[in-house]
Design a protein around this ligand. Structure first.
Ligand code: MG
Length: 303
């Protein structure tokens, strides 16, 4: 039996979202559910971390976040070490973690779950590097160029299509690099277009997944090097998704799992973490197993 939520803090990133009216939707859902709520509005990077820490001290039953993966990541950074569960209200242009956890992409639908007793607690892993955290993935190469190319203004206007257009542009100019990896003490050198160190299997904007076996709660991060990005790669991803099988086409991708991962590339490529461009290489990344509790929709009979 899940603990009844009576008191919730909602961190809202007003810069995210699709221009929908946020407060009236939240207000009517919370009223319906009999939940007392307060909102904190972020203005700059780091605000959500502080709001989350403050809310934990003040005592709440759950912390909700309306925003994209960046805001969710900040809230998690502030929540780690507490037992308070996170509620994700998808508001960003890419909601990797929300998609992964089966949280509806619609604000009203996501909010209504709170009142229906249709949520359960799921413990998930968090990645850590450089004294900071990530929930979805770090990538080097191709995807980092996509993130760089998708400007905030374009993202606001056309959402995921900004990523798509940027992806096409990035693909045209992507060059191969050699990735130097150290995974739990084992060294690997692989040539490819992109390297992902991922906690989640999905790409955030569709149900197409790298690999259905990537598990957000298994205490391991998955390391994937994409060797070629062409139609076969795309086909492989679709087939992987349909068959729910681990890709074994080593010509296209290589795949490892580990708890302690170092990555660098030569020549140096752009890197991104949950949508934010990173400057520093090499990256030393670790997993914190079961770092955080998230309220997710209860599995129905199908699951
Ligand atoms: Mg995992």
């Amino acid at each position: 039996m899940e603990k009844k939520i009576r008191n919730i803090r909602i961190i809202i990133n007003p810069a995210s979202g699709k221009g929908e009216s946020i407060l009236p939707v939240i207000n009517s859902c919370m009223k319906e559910a009999g939940i007392k709520w307060e909102a904190s509005i972020t203005h700059e990077a780091g605000d959500a971390i502080q709001f989350a820490k403050d809310a934990v001290k003040e005592g709440i039953d759950a912390l909700a976040v309306y925003g994209g993966d960046g805001t969710v990541m900040e809230a998690i950074s502030g929540l780690i070490g507490s037992e308070i569960p996170l509620v994700i209200l998808p508001g960003g242009s890419a909601n990797v973690m929300a998609t992964e956890l089966g949280i509806p992409n619609d604000l009203k639908e996501a909010c209504e779950l709170l009142g229906e007793g249709s949520l359960e607690t799921k413990t998930i892993d968090v990645g850590q590097f450089d004294k900071r955290y990530f929930i979805a993935r770090i990538s080097v190469g191709f995807e980092a160029d996509v993130v760089k190319g998708a400007e905030r203004e374009t993202k606001n206007k056309i959402g995921i299509f900004a990523y798509f257009f940027s992806a096409v542009a990035a693909l045209k100019k992507s060059k191969k690099a050699v990735y130097h990896l150290k995974i739990d003490g084992q060294e690997h050198e692989v040539k490819g277009l992109a390297c992902f160190i991922t906690n989640t299997g999905n790409l955030g904007f569709s149900k197409i997944s790298f690999d259905k076996h990537i598990d957000v709660s298994d205490g391991l991060l998955d390391v994937i090097v994409v060797r070629k990005a062409n139609l076969s790669m795309f086909k492989l991803m679709v087939v992987t998704w349909l068959k729910r099988e681990r890709p074994d086409n080593l010509e296209l991708v290589e795949h490892w799992q580990g708890k302690d991962i170092s990555v660098s590339s030569s020549p140096k490529q752009a890197a991104q973490c949950d949508g934010e461009v990173l400057g520093k290489m090499p990256l030393h990344i670790k997993v914190i197993p079961g770092a955080i509790k998230v309220l997710v929709p209860k599995k129905t009979g199908k699951g």
